[in-house]
Design a binder for this molecule. Structure first.
Ligand code: ADP
Ligand code: MG
Length: 648
């Protein structure tokens, strides 16, 4: 029963690998047979059984022939899966147990029971395949919400285009922390690129002018200009396949336990069945037929079909359900973890706030005019992906200021950026990034005053000193307050982690209703805070958007990334992606996790009780095979249907 969820699953194998798919670029629908074959076969075997049963009184041989056909049609898929486990993994699974039991029943004349067993078994298999296909589809639909884009650089203009529109020879700009949109050659800039998605090696590789880079790999701290050498058609689908594969291989701990248990249990059942066939005739002088009958009933009712089907259909249904709400879970395990979350830590910029700060104050120094200073700041920030950088560039644009492009940009993650412009080295970022000696009393006072107003202050400096002060005000997301109130109502502690200054952070936290505030954190400090929270409270979920949040997302029990505003680094690391940046949906995600846990628990208790009950009945009272078949397979179907409730 379980085999449709094994990692060696045929759905995954039958699909082209991400690379092949990216190359062919077309989204192929599964052929009809693959989509409906299993259900059709199950139904056909059901019809055959009905036909056989109705002609049984008139012609026994014909009835047997029809039953045989029902066996073959209904049992084909499951037998194949069972044999695969047997030969490839040298192990027994429930598939083979069921096939044995059905053949055993037929061999002592119980054709109908054997055939019904096969029929219901194949039906439950089809149900499981349906859940799986459904979750594939829902996830695929979800991924369409986030089109993949590239920044095209042409005649000094930056335009954002869909990656399908890229042509060979185009120059694309890859900002720090973004995914490289197409295969190509670096023409300018230097960075370290994480190529784990193609090589599996996550240690970043240094790239500079002339080096080759690959679509789908993750840019590090530098900005790169890349000349496209190959049009990358839809890598989106490749990504979906990978995500879903991840979702399947990353089974929840409970599922992994049950699978291990299944293998051992299946072997023991075969052993006990053999003993039951061989011993009683000698020890208890039972007749061969009686013994064999009882042994077959045992084989049927003791098989852990229902137990094995307790978890994955429920998990996949929950993943589907989430997908339709804009919650992309990268696996069932995360649902389980989220259900037990004690603390949620939010990043500030881009997560609690809209991430679209407005420039409110400009103070120019060193004799620069305001326009000149803004031109310099926007030029330096033009290659950065940080929300503050975008705001500064936007303001310059609005004022009709022409900007230049810096060379050798390095993002000092969590601090700011450093770049060379017109042969001069510039730094722009938080006040603490600047040298102490540059911070004159006037500047200190200005920074202090602006921060108390809840504004984020950014300073720019060259080697001569501070050249300007820029203050930006970010607004809290409209749903932030409600989202936090809802989480607190669930008894979950809420914290804020930010790289921003203490005063600014405090002002924003007060507005959002958060009491636990950790400010002035570097990316590695965020990681340490998350570790501390884990130690103090238990399961921690971290919500973030930036490159600087990625390490903390990875450290948290559940990492949650903002889908639309989030950087690729955050999306990559997270366990759950909020496709529409809806932080309000986090509470719903937790509820979904809790419902899933509850349903899985119900299923497991129910499955074990039914098995125990039927085994006892068989030995104490004697159980009719038809009853055993219906009880056992019925419980399996019930458990799956209970899991499917999570679709709603
Ligand atoms: P948060 O944790 O709130 O998302 P970050 O860690 O991204 O904030 O940034 C922390 C601080 O570093 C910002 O408040 C800002 O002062 C500074 N900073 C980071 N990147 C930049 C940049 N590109 N330009 C200017 N300042 C920056
Ligand atoms: Mg952020």
């Amino acid at each position: 029963m379980i085999s449709s969820f094994n990692t060696t699953d045929s759905y995954v194998k039958d699909n082209p690998s991400p690379q092949e798919n990216a190359a062919s670029g077309k989204r192929k629908d599964a052929p009809w047979l693959q989509r409906y074959g299993e259900a059709a076969a199950a139904l056909a075997s059901g019809i055959l059984i009905a036909a056989a049963w109705s002609i049984e009184q008139f012609s026994h041989p014909w009835a047997v022939a029809l039953y045989l056909l029902a066996f073959v049609v209904g049992g084909y898929v499951k037998t194949k899966e069972g044999l695969q486990t047997l030969f490839q993994e040298r192990d027994l699974d429930v598939n083979l147990l069921m096939v044995f039991a059905a053949i055993g029943a037929a061999s002592i004349g119980y054709w109908t029971e054997g055939a019904v067993l096969i029929f219901i078994f194949s039906l439950s298999g089809a149900l499981e395949s349906y859940t799986m296909a459904r979750s594939h589809r829902d996830i695929a639909a979800l991924m369409d919400l986030k089109p993949e884009t590239a920044v095209l650089y042409r005649d000094g203009e930056e335009t954002t285009v869909a990656i399908e529109q890229l042509e060979v020879g185009d120059i694309v700009l890859v900002k720090p922390g973004e995914r490289i949109p197409a295969d190509g050659t670096v023409t300018e800039g230097a960075s370290a690129v994480n190529q784990a998605s193609i090589t599996g090696e996550s240690i970043p590789v240094d790239k500079s002018s002339g080096d080759e880079v690959f679509a789908g790999t993750l840019n590090g701290p530098g900005a790169l200009f890349v000349q496209v050498s190959q049009t990358s058609e839809s890598t989106l689908f490749a990504k979906i396949i990978r995500l879903v594969q991840e979702a399947q291989s990353e089974m929840p701990a409970s599922q992994r336990f049950i699978e291990r248990f299944e293998r051992i249990y299946a072997r023991s059942i075969v052993l006990v069945t053999l003993l039951l066939i061989l011993l009683p005739p000698f020890l208890l002088q039972w007749s061969w037929n009686d013994t064999f009958y009882k042994a077959m009933v045992f084989l049927v009712v003791a098989s852990p079909c229902a137990l094995v089907a307790s978890i994955m259909p429920a998990m996949l249904s929950a993943i589907s359900n989430g997908a339709r709400k804009g919650l992309l879970f990268k696996g069932g395990a995360h649902l389980e973890h989220l259900a037990q979350t004690k603390v949620i830590a939010f990043d500030k910029t881009g997560t609690l706030t809209s991430g679209r700060p407005q420039v409110t104050d400009l103070i120019a120094c060193q004799g620069y005019g305001e326009t000149e200073m803004l031109r310099l700041a926007a030029s330096i920030e033009s290659l950065s992906e940080h929300p503050l950088a975008k705001a500064i560039v936007q303001t310059a644009k609005e004022r009709g200021i022409e900007t230049d492009r810096p060379t050798e940009l390095t993002s000092l993650t969590g601090w700011g950026v450093q770049a060379e412009l017109h042969g001069e080295v510039w730094k722009i970022g938080k006040p603490t990034l600047m040298e102490e000696s540059m911070m004159t009393q006037d500047i200190r006072t200005a920074v202090h005053r602006l921060e108390e107003q809840g504004k984020t202050v950014v300073l720019m400096a060259n080697t001569r000193g501070i050249a300007g002060v820029i203050a930006l005000q970010d607004s809290i997301r409209t749903q932030a307050k409600a989202a936090i109130a809802e989480l607190r109502k669930k008894g979950i502690k809420v914290a804020m982690l930010t790289g921003d200054q203490q005063r600014t952070a405090r002002a924003i936290a007060d507005e959002a209703g958060i009491d636990l505030v950790y400010a002035e954190l570097l990316p590695e400090d965020k990681v340490n805070r998350v570790k501390e929270l884990k130690q103090t409270y238990g399961n921690v979920a971290m919500v973030g958007d930036g490159v600087n949040d990625a390490p903390a997302l990875a450290t948290a029990t559940v990492g949650i990334a903002m889908g639309a505003a989030g950087s690729d680094a955050a999306l990559e690391t997270a366990d759950l992606v909020l496709m529409n940046d809806d932080i309000e949906k986090i509470a719903a995600a937790i509820t979904l996790g809790q419902r899933t846990r509850r349903i899985v628990k119900q299923n497991i208790v129910f499955a074990i009780s039914v098995i125990a009950l039927l085994i006892c009945a068989n030995f104490l009272e004697g159980l009719a095979l038809p009853l055993g078949v219906v009880g056992h397979e019925g419980s399996t179907i019930l458990v799956i249907l209970n899991g499917l409730r999570l679709l709603r």
